[in-house]
Design a protein around this ligand. Structure first.
Ligand SMILES: *Cc1c(COP(=O)(O)O)cnc(C)c1O
Length: 422
């Protein structure tokens, strides 16, 4: 069920009209539904109940402290990709011992920080990274828990920028090199090999490629066990997509059901009885459709070839259209009875790439409000200050209450760290 719906012709977040949010907090504003966040997370967490399984929310999708705190209260661990993200988890009251650290370029300082907080596991992506981690852990008198990110070379059939499991990608260890890499890792004194992970891409609508990847990981775990390297967890990464337009993604619950059926079947054929923890790293599907970007129409500019609807949000607020040519839904916050006109919805930034939506039928006039739908994931976290634009305010709606969860940045905030040489 969507928690963004029309009531008396006005688009609401739960019970709050977006018109009221715009008057109280201004625009552009990211508006999230608390209920939607909890429901989306629960789709994973409920299926994991009673099992040795953990949901590590991939926080690069949206890392606002209020959202992390909410998910942590519902039992979430976190998948992080920087030391900064670990500090966010701690600031939000999350548990570092439920954190995975992913990414191809971890620095020494980031490794040391994560080791000092005893994170659950480092998802290592290369041999040089293994050696560095071994050295940093040794210097600190620690042992680093490690999973290797294996590249199962399955085609996730998604946008090339968000497909990550093919041989040509920068991510992970090639499937054919995995055995040798595990052998190397198991001989390093300050490395404790505990798991295996993969992440084949984002915005996957079908779970067939994920199940194919699962089979490949299972095969590898069995081969490793024969060689005396016993793994304790299997992490399938993120990846179920969401509906932006008319996509029909597989239901999260159905995907997890198929994963657990496969796991149960596999474990029943093994007699060593060694338990294996299953980990998921969902990002987009937890926050994507739990948020909208609320924006105001500044000008209507008719043209010879195109009509432009110029709004106060821009590519710095929401990069996905400019970066991936992503299609985002646009909704009039207050329905008008006027005839719709075809517009490109664009921002004020001095780039032709600054558009949010193209060729949309809208009935709008100056000062009307629009909502860019399904903007909760990879929206605010990818925002920048290009054109010295402060980042948008963020608001979390809970029933008929709206909470400010991040203030709007003011221009002074943006140059506060700069200095002019004497
Ligand atoms: C981005 C990312 C995820 C989350 O992917 P979604 O498609 O947003 O669920 C999970 N794991 C890793 C390693 C990632 O880089």
């Amino acid at each position: 069920m969507s928690h963004f719906s029309y009531r008396d012709g006005v688009l609401c977040a739960e019970n709050m009209p977006l018109t009221a949010i715009a008057s109280q907090f201004g625009t552009p504003a990211y508006v999230y539904s608390r209920k939607a966040l909890v429901e989306n997370f629960s789709a994973y967490a409920d299926m994991c109940k009673g099992r040795d399984a953990l949901v590590c929310y991939a926080m690069k999708a949206n890392s606002n402290l209020a959202i992390l705190n909410l998910l942590a209260k519902h039992g979430a661990g976190f998948d992080l990709v920087s030391g900064g993200e670990l500090l966010r988890v701690i600031a939000a009251g999350g548990d570092p011992k439920k954190c995975l650290f992913s990414g191809v370029g971890k620095s020494r300082d980031e490794m040391a920080l994560a080791l000092s907080h005893d994170i659950l596991c480092f998802n290592v992506e290369s041999i040089p990274e293994l050696h560095r981690l071994n050295q940093v852990a040794g210097e600190l008198g620690k042992t680093a828990p490690v999973s290797l990110r294996v590249n199962p070379n399955v085609d996730a059939k998604t946008h090339p920028y968000i497909a990550t499991g093919l041989k040509a990608n920068k991510f992970g260890v090639a499937f054919d090199d995995a055995l040798a890499t595990y052998r190397t890792a198991s001989q390093l004194p300050h490395i404790n090999v505990i798991g295996i992970d993969c992440h084949i891409g984002s915005q996957l609508l079908d779970d067939a490629p994920l199940l194919e990847a699962l089979d490949k990981l299972i095969e590898l775990i069995d081969t490793l066990a024969q060689q005396g390297i016993v793994l304790h967890h299997l992490d399938l990464g993120g990846g179920i997509g969401i509906t932006y337009d008319d996509e029909k993604p597989v239901a999260v619950r159905d995907y997890l059901e198929r994963v657990f059926a496969r796991i149960d079947q596999w474990r029943s054929t093994r007699h060593d009885g060694a338990p294996i923890k299953i980990i998921f790293e969902p990002g987009r599907s937890v926050v994507g459709n739990a948020g909208v970007l609320l924006t105001k129409v500044e000008y209507i500019k008719p043209g010879a070839e195109k009509n432009f609807c110029i709004v106060d949000a821009a590519m710095n607020d929401l990069m996905r259209p400019a970066m991936y040519q992503a299609w985002m839904g646009v909704q009039e916050v207050r329905k008008r009875n006027d005839a719709a006109v075809t517009y490109d919805v664009v921002g004020p930034i001095c780039e032709s790439g600054d558009w949010l939506a193209r060729d949309r039928q809208l009935a709008v006039v100056q000062d009307d409000l629009l909502a860019i739908a399904s903007a909760g994931a990879y929206g605010m976290t990818m925002a920048s200050n290009y054109n010295t634009r402060g980042r948008a305010v963020e608001v979390m709606v809970d029933g008929d209450r709206a909470h400010l969860i991040r203030k709007r940045e003011e221009p002074g905030d943006l140059f506060a760290l700069e200095s002019i040489p004497a």
